[in-house]
Design a protein around this ligand. Structure first.
Ligand code: DGL
Length: 280
């Protein structure tokens, strides 16, 4: 267990962590469902993207950031990053006293209850798909057939703020045609960035395929856990939303956040987590 554990009571913030800006989709879903809750968000921009990195490195980075959030007194940890969730699903729950919510379990449960024909597609980063985390959880149910595909260029598009060009549609067609042709009726968007590409993904997959997005499903899990553990913010609570980034520039984080989400994020402060070592 780490230091600083379980300091956070009901009015302490929910700690949300992602490799960068993409996890703001989860933060947005959490604050839409739980407007009285305070949020402390850390984007590990110094070492993002996590998707192409060895899973052992991702695990180490993620634990450093989560330790920092716990030391800052959060009452709950939300691992908004799919690649990080895949890398450390079990470890985080054993390591911390505060409840830990990750993004894979909630999306898997929703996909299982959504599919009618038992054919489920999963898309994510190379790290997430390579880890087999989604596939393992879904295939516990023997009646399901899972078709998984890494879509690394999707993250690049979103990071450039490009979501609706012919190039995006062409790449989406290339990645997703095999899943569509395999007859999946449910597609899990297993990456923080993919909700920004939902238009293109839905266009390619067609109107009969249900898209399961980890942001809203995770927010529902956060809601459930706060209620069941009696950790909701008190009635008079005044929520604060604080955004931190580990990278060299708070402005870069802010620029991209504004391009993707509008003006919701107003200031970003820089933070050091553990012994930050920059990517090789
Ligand atoms: N946050 C990552 C995820 O959800 C995508 C971006 C990255 O590769 O760091 O998998």
């Amino acid at each position: 267990m780490t230091s600083g554990q379980a300091r956070g009571g009901g009015d302490a913030p929910i700690g949300i962590f992602d490799s960068g800006v993409g996890g703001l989709t989860v933060a947005r879903a959490v604050s839409a469902m739980l407007p009285r809750e305070s949020i402390l968000y850390i984007g590990d921009t110094a070492r993002s993207p996590y998707g192409p990195k060895p899973i052992a490195d991702v695990r180490r980075y993620a634990l450093e950031v989560l330790d920092t959030l716990v030391d800052e007194g959060v009452k709950m940890l939300v691992i908004a990053c799919n690649t990080a969730s895949a890398a450390m699903l079990r470890d985080a729950r054993e390591r911390y006293d505060v409840p830990v919510v990750e993004v894979i379990g909630p999306a898997v449960r929703t996909a299982m209850s959504t599919t009618r024909n038992g054919r489920i597609g999963v898309i994510g980063t190379e790290g997430t798909i390579g880890s087999g985390a989604y596939q393992d959880m879904l295939e516990v149910n023997e009646r399901l057939t899972v078709f998984a595909r890494a879509c690394p260029r999707f993250v690049e598009f979103v990071e450039r703020g490009v979501t609706d060009t012919p190039e995006v549609l062409a790449v989406a067609e290339e990645y997703l045609a095999p899943l569509r042709d395999a007859g999946v009726d449910t597609l899990v968007l297993g990456c923080t960035h993919y909700p920004f590409l939902e238009g293109a993904i839905s266009y390619v997959m067609g109107p009969d395929v249900s898209l399961v997005s980890s942001d809203t499903e995770t927010a529902k899990d956060v809601y459930r856990q706060l209620v069941s553990r009696d950790l909701l913010a008190g009635h008079g609570a005044v929520p604060t939303h604080v955004y931190e980034a580990t990278g060299a520039s708070a402005d870069d984080f802010l620029d991209l956040a504004h391009r993707l989400m509008g003006r919701e994020v107003s200031t970003v402060r820089l933070v050091q987590t553990g012994a930050i070592d920059l990517p090789r």
